[in-house]
Ligand binder design. Structure first.
Ligand SMILES: C[S@@+](CC[C@H](N)C(=O)[O-])C[C@H]1O[C@@H](n2cnc3c(N)ncnc32)[C@H](O)[C@@H]1O
Length: 227
């Protein structure tokens, strides 16, 4: 088993344990009072969705974004939720049934291997992509599959730029007791995501949220030039 496989197995095990209570415990994520709901709303707005659109929620977890997405796309639209962890998807399935949504499909897959369906109007990923070692590749694959004018939006946590090292360590230890904090800090996945969005998309934007503890990265698949 490679190191990447071991990390993936560890992640799945961790989220299997978290799945049952995720919807409640995530309200305290990354800390009690953190404006997570407002950040989600902002991320969904940045997708610029219209009624009837198709949107992919990458690493959707239990589907906490689905109601906001449903509001924006309506019953004529489509949501594809993708996640690595079976137990998180089982919760998402319960949510779909409880709400009677007939336009949501779920796919169990690693983001790194996911074959993005072509022609999606938007891709969203919230509080997940910095955990994916191949995050830049995921952005590139998604960008290539988007329809012209389609939007890619990533919301996730980061270490504030000016935080002293020990504060970053302490903060992320609270946030991510399950991951290798040192590896996450060293790798600076938010910087990789920023660079990939700039590389792959037109009009990339980068907004730091809540004192630099989170970011919203967005961009548009360029329209082909008019001949
Ligand atoms: C903190 S949860 C976030 C879930 C959801 N996006 C949300 O905003 O509540 C992180 C999710 O990312 C998923 N995940 C982590 N690595 C993944 C990967 N490589 N491919 C797909 N999903 C992954 C986990 O299974 C988990 O459900």
């Amino acid at each position: 088993m490679t190191q990447v496989d071991r990390t993936r197995e560890h992640l799945i095990e961790t989220y299997r344990k978290k799945a049952k209570h995720y919807d409640v415990t995530s309200r305290l994520y990354p800390a009690p009072g953190y404006p997570q709901r407002a950040q989600r709303l902002r991320a969904v707005r940045a997708l610029g969705l219209r009624q009837g659109d198709t949107v992919i929620d990458m690493a959707c977890g239990t589907g906490l974004n689905f109601s906001l997405l449903e509001e924006a796309i309506g019953p004529g639209g489509r949501i594809v939720g993708v996640d690595l962890t079976d137990a998180m998807l089982a919760r998402a399935k319960d949510r779909i049934a409880a709400n009677g949504w007939s336009n949501v499909s779920l796919v169990q897959a690693d983001a790194a291997d996911f074959d993005f369906p072509s022609g999606a109007d938007a891709i969203l990923s919230t509080y997940a992509l910095t955990q994916v070692p191949e995050c830049a590749q995921v952005i590139a694959h998604g960008a290539a599959a988007l329809s012209a004018g389609g939007r890619w939006v990533v919301l996730d946590l980061k270490v504030p730029d000016n935080a002293p090292g020990w504060l970053g360590q302490l903060g992320t230890a609270v946030v991510r007791p399950f991951a290798s904090i040192d590896e996450w800090i060293m790798r600076r996945p938010w910087a990789e995501i920023r660079a990939a969005m700039q590389e792959e998309l037109a009009d990339p934007s980068w907004t730091e949220l809540f004192f630099g503890t989170a970011f919203l990265a967005a961009g548009t698949r360029a329209k082909p030039p008019v001949q």
